[in-house]
Design a protein around this ligand. Sequence first.
Ligand code: CAP
Ligand code: MG
Length: 412
Amino acid sequence: MEHSNYYLHLGESIDPDEYVICKYKMKTDLNLEEAAVAIATEQSTGTWTGISTLNEDILESYGARVTDITDDMATIAFPADDFSIDIGGIPQILSVIAGNLFGLEALKGVRLEDVFFPRSILEQFKGPKFGIDGMREILRRPDKPLVGTIVKPKIGLSPQEYANYIYESGIGGLTNGKDDETLSNQKFCPLEDRVVAVAEAIDRVKDETGHIMMHAINVSTKGHQIVEVAERAQELGATELMVDVITCGFAAVQALAEDPSIKVPIHVHRTMHGAMTRNPDHGIAMLVFSKLVRMCGGDALHVGTFGVGKMIGGARDDLANQKACVDANVPYKPVMPVCSGGMHPALIEPLVKITGFDVQIQAGGGVAGHPSGVRSGARAMTQAVDAAVADIPFKEYAVNHKELSEAIEKWG
Ligand code: CAP
Ligand code: MG
């Protein structure tokens, strides 16, 4: 039974409550309708050739529909019944909307630019436990941007050297510390020793200054182990957990977020995303990952530096990522957008003008590279945030703030 024309429903309106709707940007030597039908076929009820076992009922119930092709962008609607959330969840969703299609000969390139879920699917996810408000409550920081650091060097410090970095950062006024994405349980800094030492450092900062800080311990590991590792880190005093969502999987974030024994925020790092998000003609937009991370319960997510820092991305794309984190049209708490990568105090003013104050700005090199050391680097970041909040040009603010002026002198 040849059904290729079945999947073409151009101009037909469909009920968004009954479908998962995807936007695919396509590069093809075929005509765009054939390319879009190839995606709809492969990702729903068809394959490369007509099959005798496919009938009208199956097509009608579960066949994807190409509802629009504008320029090189196809809109494809997948019936909600094509998805299985209780068993399957985000892994199964991705197998449908971001699966075999990337390897189809019919396409020279294809990029999943956006996805829209019906309420019936959204409501099967819980979203973040804490989110923006929950993190602000823990830190007693009701409205200023959160400001943090990534301990540098990424690897190599001993637990005590590591904890000293966090102590200095906290005394310098930072609200957030985090492990770097490659740090785990290496012999030079065993996870449990690091958790205990960092917890003691954070407690010391609070005892000495009243300042509250949290530090995200990287618990990225094998799927069957991550809850146990996270629970142990929490038991030893971890104030926040970090998961590398692309290398660990969205299901790993969801496992921690939905586990009632996990009672600290989850910081979601996106390392390796560039393998899929960077190419404008092939892959998956970070906007899609941002929506999925919020669904599965990340409390804070790296969204980029809006064209200001060292990593790929740009203001338009990163603004879309940030919007996905806070969009009021989905039934979840807002996720704290994290801006990180090549950040330093002189970049905070231009960044905050774009992002506003509901953001976590963090710097690794931009703190550890300060000419007067980590504490001064932390102070310079804190001063730059205070200047932005007071709407005082940071160079003017730096006149009376030595650490900030030293950072400007070094990084301009
Ligand atoms: C930043 C960082 C982060 C990047 C990730 C790094 O360090 O720790 O992992 O921000 O990029 O390893 O590069 P620096 P993104 O502050 O020294 O650059 O946030 O875009 O995922
Ligand atoms: Mg890093």
